[in-house]
Design a protein. Structure first.
Length: 225
């Protein structure tokens, strides 16, 4: 568990833990998002090894049972057995509460439900993760805030999704997912045929890492006008 913060400031331990949790989240998503069926098992092994080594190296004071439980759940997640993974992550969160493994399990439980297209369950868990960890894990909770917007979008709640993205941009104007949030807003506005508002965002994105995506969407808008 992270050390107590003094006067609302994050300690070095808090920041280190937050960085690791965010890194693991991105690492697992990258592996599962880029593996083919031929490399499915290999991908799962990679995730298990990465999580095992990383968690043991950073959270060396944690009980081995927590590490083993988390690594086992992540193995199922990496293989695409999201229902089993969700159940295991849920058990870990309920059992280990505010430990690093417990908090990270809450995030991946939500993500497992998202991949099962159970967007309501995923949304509830992403929001729970955000509310419980936004003060101590600001980087990791940024991910969950964007993910919750994606849930709303998949549930057809476009106005709420836009509001959630706006909430993200207000809270983290220079956050590492701010470009993602802006681009998603532009896509929603384009779908709603609010082209003028979408183009304002896309013009700003043309000078960023989203340049190609912004240019393509601008071309689509111009073709529709």
């Amino acid at each position: 568990m992270a050390a107590k913060r003094n006067r609302g400031k994050l300690t070095k331990e808090d920041l280190r833990e937050d960085e690791v949790i965010s890194w693991v989240a991105h690492a697992v998503k990258w592996v599962t998002g880029n593996q083919t069926k031929a490399f499915l098992i290999a991908g799962a092994v990679i995730v298990a090894v990465v999580l095992g080594i990383l968690v043991k190296g950073v959270f060396s004071s944690r009980a081995n049972s927590r590490i083993n439980d988390f690594t086992a759940a992540s193995y199922y997640y990496a293989q695409g057995f999201y229902k089993v993974a969700a159940e295991k992550y849920g058990m870990i969160h309920n059992k280990y509460g505010k430990t690093s493994e417990g908090r990270l399990s809450l995030y991946f439980e939500a993500d497992s439900y998202f991949r099962l297209k159970d967007y309501k369950s995923a949304l509830n868990l992403y929001e729970k993760f955000y509310s419980e960890n936004k003060e101590t894990l600001p980087a990791a909770t940024q991910i969950s805030l964007i993910d919750s917007a994606n849930c709303l979008l998949n549930l057809g709640e476009k106005d709420k999704a836009m509001a959630r993205l706006g909430e993200y941009l207000k809270a983290y104007p220079k956050g590492f997912l701010s470009l993602d949030a802006q681009y998603i807003k532009a896509v929603i506005l384009t779908d709603a045929k609010k082209y003028a508002d979408a183009k304002k965002i896309l013009q700003k994105l043309k000078d960023t890492a989203y340049s190609d995506y912004a240019t393509a969407l601008l071309t689509q808008i111009n073709n529709e006008l």
